[in-house]
Ligand binder design. Structure first.
Ligand code: NAD
Length: 266
């Protein structure tokens, strides 16, 4: 098995990464940062997002494992003091591979077309004034959006920014994208649906810019400013992200542990 390690860059994560590499090599695992089968992310959810984007071109051949050095993360579920246990399992058992949907985005600007994939979500946000954009679903006009912005999240990203906006939490077995509004203007003149919308696979959504406006386009943790966006197409990717599970941790247990806590259930 070839493995790579990505750490958050802080002292503890770096230390743990070095320890892991030393122990893994002594057990005969092959350290290969370029073409790994397994990527160990040490840090938090943000580190796993970075690892996902670093290896996006090899995503079909790689499985991820997340180790957290702070609080329990959604993607980072192994604790720092469990690295030895993780290593032992990597050497002795075959993991269950769990696959989660990801989102594809085609961003058309006056200066070119860009393609991105998102593990959590894609966000379009106004920078100066109210963002005005036409939202089409499957090529048909759905609504004219005026407000702060729009978030399109994957099922595993539904527990991130989408949740803070009141969107639903979606099990990753449901191949879908969720469209959630950021402070839409709703009055006698302007109207949007107001609820978040779940699009199944093979449906798509176009967001068409209706004026010259500066917008911030974020793909997971990376944001870029544009002033010449023409349109953005979002759809469920044919590819999936893969996680190597060396012990079971069902999605709803993650949700419970991250947001409700096991101690608060009586
Ligand atoms: P970060 O690593 O500090 O992440 C921010 C928080 O989001 C952390 O607590 C992290 O554990 C949590 N998180 C990330 N992915 C998650 C997921 N799938 N489910 C549940 N929680 C998750 O910051 P970053 O590196 O910039 O991460 C970018 C992410 O931050 C974005 O993908 C977005 O989802 C999230 N975000 C959230 C808000 C908000 O909730 N108001 C605003 C902006 C960005």
């Amino acid at each position: 098995m070839k493995y790579a390690v990505i750490d958050r860059g802080d002292t503890l994560s770096k230390q743990l990464a070095n320890q892991f590499i030393q122990h893994a090599n002594s057990k005969g695992l092959q350290h290969n940062q370029q073409e790994p089968n397994i990527v160990i992310s040490i840090g938090g959810d943000g580190t796993l997002l970075k690892a996902f984007h670093k290896y996006i071109s090899q995503i079909d051949h790689i499985s991820f494992v997340g180790v957290h050095t702070g609080h329990l993360g959604f993607y980072a579920d192994w604790k720092a003091d469990e690295l030895e246990l993780l290593l032992e399992k990597m050497c002795t058992i075959e993991p269950t591979i769990v696959k989660y949907p990801i989102a594809n985005i085609e961003l058309v600007t006056k200066s070119g077309t860009f393609h991105y994939s998102a593990l959590n979500e894609f966000t379009l946000k106004s920078v100066d004034n109210t963002m005005v954009a036409q939202v089409n679903i499957n090529g048909e006009q759905f609504e004219m959006f005026r407000g702060d912005g729009i978030v399109i999240s994957t099922p595993s990203g539904s527990t991130a920014y989408n949740k803070s906006l009141g969107g639903s939490i979606v099990h990753p077995s449901i191949e879908s994208l969720q469209i959630t509004e950021l402070a839409s203007i709703n009055n006698l003149v302007y109207r949007t649906l107001g609820s978040s919308v779940l699009l199944p696979k093979h449906h798509y959504c176009d967001i068409i810019s209706m004026k010259q406006q500066r917008v911030q386009v974020s793909v997971d943790h990376v944001s870029t400013m544009f002033n010449d966006v023409v349109s953005i197409k979002c759809f469920v990717s044919d590819q999936k992200v893969q996680f190597a599970r060396y012990r079971p941790f069902p999605f709803w247990n993650r949700v419970r542990n991250a947001f409700i806590g096991i101690d608060s259930i009586t």
